[in-house]
Design a protein around this ligand. Structure first.
Ligand code: AMP
Length: 563
């Protein structure tokens, strides 16, 4: 392996990816990756490899974006190979994968390249960084030129992984868990320690470099830092209120608000707000920024729910996501869709009361800090919390929450720490609605008649234990015309290819879907189908890895037969 001062060649990286693609056992994948990681001497390569292998160019919270969609890839492939678009589209149709299609295109290229540069991980990274820095009118043209240079220098197999990397989908079956185990194994460290380091940095590059150079001590020293998001603690569905309460003794009960999660960092005169997917949404929320500036003490990281409201009642969840997505006229949107924030936790506090990370304190102590650092006003609240050991009281709070237009209640253990990224027994949720499924959109179909310019039905998939997408059905009801307009706009750039009315869509978005029943069916690969599926909403706060699993579908199927 070429390493040390010299960067790892992209060809070698591609060979390695090809090898991984053939392995299906997760244990074997982790073990093979760990061997490979151990051989890398150069920190920059280790950084890039740790991200690239997951199909990432930047950590999710980094605002930089290469901004290369399917359209630009087609264009660059066309120019660098001399083939026409229809030929390349045919390769996609044959294989269902733009990565393999790129490889096929390059192996049939009609012209020899004038510009040839040996591709290394660092060189590719530099090109990506230059692309992300481009702004303004000519940026598309410049990006195409840079892409053409990359493809012209690439071998067919390198093109396969370049394309997949640009699309954010490596198809190696390597998820975060496998990479975590691989890093742990490479340097003989505890996987839980790696997990924790990742949950507070959200950057596998940094975690891998620290593991290699500083080991256990270095990882322990990785702490929460303002303006770098922490993975959010999540809730489990409650099985029985009575047993949960008797286990906790006294439970802290809060409304489960119908909004979307926000993590607010206020430090060094600066405010940064992250969504549940850890995207930086600060720019879309100037009203929240102002409220925080005026009412919160500096030096904190707060956790809460942002809720769009009208006349004191929550508006449907889509409104708030519309606010998050907004790039222009954000001030107008803020007027039209006012937001209130209900804060329920604090993860970091550096001021007169405390000196840094608070996540290891019990909830009851964190709550005290939260109450001290936030001055409540109309738009900024500390979520009301009631300590009780009476299930009847929980029911009363639940009814009150539903009455106010919210989702239900959260029951939290007042003695528990905040465990980033964890869905466990310390936070339990009770919701009113029948369990819905969160499924990945992988395809769709153009509508008929006056809906012919709109995508109006969508193919859905769940995920299996290897992270593969397994089709489970289609959804074509529950959409308003406005939803379809918005969804069509959203999915258009993600269309990989079309055949008649049918389209294949890059799996990036998750729909929440209600249904009447889950049935066994040979029609879809999952072996299940949904009866009367109905679109509930776009879960823009969830990414593909958070979609429901085949295992959950199967459990829900079984539970239908229970009395
Ligand atoms: P779910 O999305 O159904 O898994 O439920 C967990 C989500 O509920 C969290 O990610 C929050 O966005 C939301 N939530 C609403 N109210 C609260 C609360 N009081 N405490 C914690 N999470 C809450």
């Amino acid at each position: 392996m070429k390493s040390n001062n010299e960067s790892l060649s992209f060809a070698e990286f591609s060979e390695f990816c090809m090898e991984l693609e053939k392995i299906s056992s997760t244990l074997e994948l982790a073990s093979r990756i760990s061997e490979y990681l151990r051989k890398i001497k150069n920190d920059k390569d280790l950084y890039n490899l740790s991200l690239f292998i997951l199909g990432r160019i930047y950590p999710p919270w980094d605002e930089r974006e290469v901004g290369v969609g399917i359209g630009l890839i087609y264009e660059a492939l066309r120019i660098s190979t001399g083939l026409n678009k229809a030929q390349i589209e045919n390769f996609v149709k044959e294989t269902g994968d733009l990565g393999i299609a790129s490889e096929m295109a390059l192996s049939r290229k009609l012209q020899t390249s004038l510009f040839v540069q040996e591709l290394t991980l660092q060189y590719v990274r530099e090109v990506f960084d230059s692309m992300s820095a481009l702004k303004g009118e000519k940026s598309q043209k410049k990006k195409i030129k840079m892409l053409v240079d990359l493809y012209s220098s690439a071998s067919p197999i390198e093109a396969r992984y370049l394309t997949r990397l640009l699309l954010g989908e490596m198809r190696l079956g390597v998820g975060e868990g496998i990479l975590r185990d691989a890093i742990a194994k490479a340097w003989g460290l505890d996987a839980e320690l790696i997990e924790r380091a990742y949950m507070i940095t959200n950057d596998f590059g940094t975690v891998a470099i620290t593991a290699k150079n500083e080991g256990l001590e270095g990882l322990k020293k990785l702490k929460i830092k303002p303006h770098i998001p922490v993975r959010m603690m999540l809730a489990q569905v409650i099985e029985s209120v009575e047993s949960a309460i008797s286990e906790m003794g006294k439970a802290a009960v809060e409304w489960k608000f119908d909004g979307t999660r926000v993590q607010i960092h206020y430090s060094d005169g600066k405010i940064t707000i992250f969504s549940r997917r850890l995207e930086n949404v600060t720019r879309a929320l100037p009203d929240v920024v102002n409220m925080v500036k005026e009412n919160v003490e500096e030096g904190v990281i707060l956790d809460g729910e942002a809720i769009a409201v009208k006349d004191g009642r929550p508006l449907p969840f889509q409104n708030i996501l519309r606010r998050f997505r907004r790039k222009h006229d954000v001030a107008k949107a803020a007027e039209r869709i006012p937001i209130i924030v209900q804060l329920f936790d604090v993860l970091y506090c550096k001021n007169d009361y405390f000196n840094g990370e608070t996540i290891d304190l019990p909830l009851k102590e964190r709550r005290k800090i939260l109450e001290r650092v936030v001055k409540e006003n109309e738009g900024l609240k500390v979520a009301k919390q009631i300590l009780t050991s009476d299930p009847k009281e929980v029911k009363r709070i639940f009814d009150e929450s539903i009455e106010a237009g919210h989702e239900g209640v959260m029951i939290k253990n007042p003695e528990s720490p905040y465990i980033p990224g964890k869905r466990g027994k310390n936070w339990l949720k009770i919701k009113e609605v029948m369990e819905t499924l969160d499924l990945v959109v992988i395809g769709g179909e153009w509508g008929e008649g006056k809906r012919s310019h709109l995508l109006s039905s969508f193919v859905l998939a769940c995920v299996d234990e290897n992270g593969e997408l397994i089709p489970i059905g289609k959804v074509a009801t529950g959409f308003t015309d406005e939803d379809l307009e918005e969804l069509t706009e959203l999915f258009k750039p993600e269309i990989e290819f079309e055949e008649g009315k049918k389209v294949t869509i890059t799996p990036k978005y998750v729909f929440e879907v209600a249904y009447q029943e889950i049935q066994k069916s040979p029609k879809y690969k999952s072996g299940f189908a949904l009866r009367f599926p109905r679109f509930v909403r776009l879960r823009e706060d969830k990414d593909v890895s958070e979609a429901d699993t085949l295992e959950r579908v199967s459990k829900l199927y079984e539970s239908q037969f229970k009395a």
